[in-house]
Design a binder for this molecule. Structure first.
Ligand SMILES: Cc1ncc(COP(=O)(O)O)c(C=O)c1O
Length: 441
C-alpha cells in the first residue's frame, strides 16, 4: 500500500487520483452556476464526480471507492439502492410516474407516517424540506392570524426567504442576498435562551417558534438539556405554534423521530429526506385543526379569504410515495435504528480515540446514527475551518472516506468493517495533515 508521502502532498495525491473528476468539473463550470448544484458540494480544487453507489459505498468516475457518510444528505437510512427502495421504485415505474390524480399510495404513505409520528393527525406532501418549512410557517400564520416567526441563530430550515435569517455568522446578515427587508423583518432570530424566547412571546404577536430539535445543523451544536421541553412549555403558555423541523432528525433519531424519543408533542412537524425513502419528497403534518386550513369548504368566504392554497406538480408523486411508504414500513419496528445507533456509537468512539492519539484536541460527538467532529474541541456548526480543515477533507478523500460538512450519517448498509476502515482512514489522513504542518497537537 502506498503511503501519503509516496503520492506527494495531500493535494497532489488528490489531483493524481481523480483526473476524471477534474475534467468533469471543467465542463460543469461552463454550464452549472458555480460548477455545482448544491452549496455543500463545493470542494477545492474540484469536487469528486460520482458515477455509482451501492450500500455504504460510492465510486467516482476514476473508479475510486469511498465509504459514504453523506448518505444522500441524510436521506438514505438504509444505504444506497437498498433492495427495499429499489423494488418499490421498480414496481411503481412500470405502473406510471405521475397520474396527475389522487392515488392509494399517497394514502398508504400518509397512514404509515401517522402510525410512526402520533402528533400527526393530518398532513400534506411536498417535494422538498424547503417547501415543508415554508408551508409550516404559512399554516401557523394563517391559523394564529399573526405574522412573526421565531427561529434560532444557526438553525437551517431550507432556502426560502424566511429561512435565510440568521443561518451563518454574522447572524445579522442573511444567508442569501435577494430577500426583501420587509420579509426578513417578520422573522426574529434568537440565541438558544428560554428567557429571550419568553420575552418575545409575551408580546402576543408570534405565530410560531420553529426549531431544529437536536440543535443547529442536525445537532452540530447540541441543545442544553430540556431546551425543547422549555419551548414546548412556553409556546403552550402563549398560544403559539411549535414547529419541530424534523427534516433530518425525523425517522432517524427513532422511528418517530426526535419527538417520540423525547416525548414532546409539537403542533406541526416538517419532514423530508428519509420520509420519501431517499427520493425527492417531503411533508408537513400535525394538528388537524391547523392542517384543515388547507381544506376547501364550498364556502367562497373561506375558500378565497381564509384557506391556504397548495398546488405543486410533484406533490406525492407515485415514485416517491412508493419508496417512502416501503422504506418507512421497513424501519417502523426500530430494529434498523438499534443497529445503526450502535454503529454510530462505535464510530464516534473509534474516531475520538484516533484524534486523541494524534493529540489534536478535537471532539467527536453526535447522537443515534449521526456524528460530528469539531477540530477546535468546541461544538461548532460550520464545517472544518481553515486550510487544516480543507486538507483533512482532501486527505480523507485520498483514503476513501466521503463525509458531509463536519460529519455524517451511518446507514443500515454500513458494517463494523466499514467503521474500522474509517478509523484507519482518519488515522492515515491525520498523519498526512499533521505532516504538512496543519492541526498540530
Ligand atoms: C433541518 C432542515 N430543514 C430543512 C431543510 C431543507 O430541506 P431540502 O434540502 O429538502 O429543501 C434541511 C436540508 O438539509 C434541513 O437540514
Amino acid at each position: 500500500m502506498s503511503t501519503q508521502s509516496d503520492r506527494g502532498t495531500i493535494e497532489q495525491a488528490f489531483k493524481g487520483k481523480a483526473p476524471g473528476s477534474a475534467h468533469l468539473y471543467d465542463r460543469a463550470r461552463a454550464v452549472l452556476a458555480g460548477g455545482v448544484t448544491h452549496d455543500t458540494r463545493i470542494h477545492a480544487p474540484f469536487p469528486i464526480m460520482v458515477q455509482r453507489a451501492l450500500g455504504a459505498r460510492k465510486w467516482d468516475v476514476d473508479g475510486n471507492e469511498y465509504i459514504d457518510y453523506t448518505m444522500g444528505h441524510g436521506a438514505l437510512i438504509l444505504g444506497h439502492s437498498h433492495p427495499v427502495q429499489v423494488q418499490a421504485v421498480r414496481e411503481q415505474i412500470e405502473l406510471g410516474t405521475h397520474y396527475g390524480a389522487s392515488h392509494e399510495l399517497e394514502i398508504r404513505w400518509a397512514e404509515q407516517i401517522k402510525r410512526m409520528v402520533p402528533s400527526i393527525e393530518k398532513l400534506r406532501f411536498h417535494s422538498s424540506g424547503t417547501e415543508a418549512t415554508h408551508m409550516a410557517m404559512r399554516l401557523a400564520r394563517s391559523y394564529t392570524g399573526r405574522d412573526r416567526i421565531i427561529k434560532f441563530e444557526g438553525h437551517f430550515h431550507g432556502w426560502h426567504d424566511y429561512a435565510t435569517v440568521a443561518v451563518e455568522e454574522p447572524y445579522d446578515v442573511p444567508m442569501s442576498s435577494g430577500v426583501p427587508v420587509a420579509t426578513r423583518s417578520t422573522v426574529t432570530a434568537l440565541p438558544a435562551d428560554l428567557d429571550r424566547v419568553r420575552e418575545e412571546l409575551v408580546r402576543g404577536d408570534v405565530a410560531a417558534v420553529i426549531v431544529e430539535p437536536s440543535g443547529p445543523s442536525w445537532g452540530a451544536v447540541p441543545f442544553p438539556t430540556d431546551f425543547v421541553e422549555g419551548l414546548r412549555r412556553l409556546t403552550t403558555e402563549h398560544d403559539t405554534v411549535l414547529i419541530l423541523d424534523e427534516v433530518v432528525t425525523g425517522f432517524r433519531m427513532s422511528p418517530g423521530g426526535f419527538q417520540v424519543r423525547a416525548g414532546i408533542t409539537p403542533e406541526l412537524t416538517t419532514m423530508a429526506k428519509i420520509v420519501a425513502g431517499g427520493l425527492p419528497g417531503a411533508a408537513v403534518g400535525g394538528r388537524a385543526e391547523i392542517m384543515d386550513r388547507l381544506e376547501k369548504r364550498d364556502d367562497p368566504a373561506w375558500d378565497r379569504g381564509e384557506r391556504i392554497a397548495h398546488p405543486g406538480t410533484y406533490n406525492a408523486n407515485p415514485i416517491s410515495a412508493a419508496a417512502g411508504a416501503a422504506v418507512l414500513e421497513h424501519i417502523a419496528d426500530g430494529r434498523v435504528h438499534e443497529r445503526i445507533n450502535e454503529l454510530g456509537s462505535q464510530l464516534r468512539h473509534g474516531l475520538q480515540a484516533v484524534f486523541d492519539r494524534h493529540d489534536i484536541g478535537a471532539v467527536v460527538y453526535g447522537e443515534t446514527s449521526y456524528w460530528h467532529v469539531s477540530l477546535t474541541g468546541q461544538p461548532a456548526k460550520s464545517g472544518w475551518p481553515g486550510a487544516g480543515g480543507a486538507a483533512l477533507k482532501r486527505a480523507l478523500l485520498n483514503e476513501g472516506v466521503h463525509l458531509i460538512s463536519n460529519g455524517g450519517f451511518v446507514s443500515d448498509s454500513h458494517e463494523e468493517a466499514d467503521i474500522e476502515q474509517t478509523t484507519i482512514a482518519f488515522d492515515v489522513a491525520l498523519t498526512a495533515v499533521v505532516g504538512e504542518g496543519y492541526l498540530a497537537g
